[in-house]
Design a protein around this ligand. Sequence first.
Ligand SMILES: [Zn+2]
Ligand SMILES: [Zn+2]
Length: 255
Amino acid sequence: MLIDTHAHLNAPQFDEDRHEVIARARDNGISRIVNIGFNRETIPSSLALAEQYDFIYSTVGWHPTEAKDMREEDLAWIESLCRHEKVVAIGEIGLDYHWDTSPKDVQNRVFREQIRLARRVGLPIAIHNRDAHQDVVQTLREEKAAEVGGVMHCYSGSWETAKMCLDMNFYISFGGPVTFKNAKQPKEVLEKVPMDRLLIETDAPYLTPHPYRGKRNESAYVRLVAETAAEIKGISIEQLAEATTRNAMELFRLK
Ligand SMILES: [Zn+2]
Ligand SMILES: [Zn+2]
């Protein structure tokens, strides 16, 4: 049994066959899915999915690429939703210097406000980090994110940065990119991450693993990430599944 710790199954890419995609995940031994709500539209649709399926959970948060659109009332709204029984984390939040669709200072303020929110409500944080490793780590440290911990979703940084995140009680999660043949750094980092801090995810419909790269991603493919991770760790897929499932259950306090 595996857990997909980061998916966007409420995305329009699944409008035609969402139920089949979710059924296929179950058929492939995916026992639970953490779906991501990250703005005014995706938070309600993610929660609706979590209400419809007992094995789907949801995060609530505001994505850094849309930071400039977040109003004060949105933050209060997100905070009120933390009481929802299927909400398991604040996210995905963080910094994205790749797309650069919101000014860096605005991204940073919105990120800080949500780390404080996570500490107020006592929920772990799901971090989105694109080309912003140093600032993400510094902000997590300054805002005492270690108090709640969380997960570095689809981690793509160095081992040095990963170590700093581990020190702040964060788990390191790997997705499709670790299966790519040229993914030297993610494979090296995965090898070093302690087994009790490792998570796997799809980020479906994005970041599809080998050999389906370029096609739409779905939760069933988290198995391909698990196979690669087991190979890198030199353990069986069963051992890998057991450890990552236990980690996800602990972090998100799943039943
Ligand atoms: Zn992300
Ligand atoms: Zn995502």
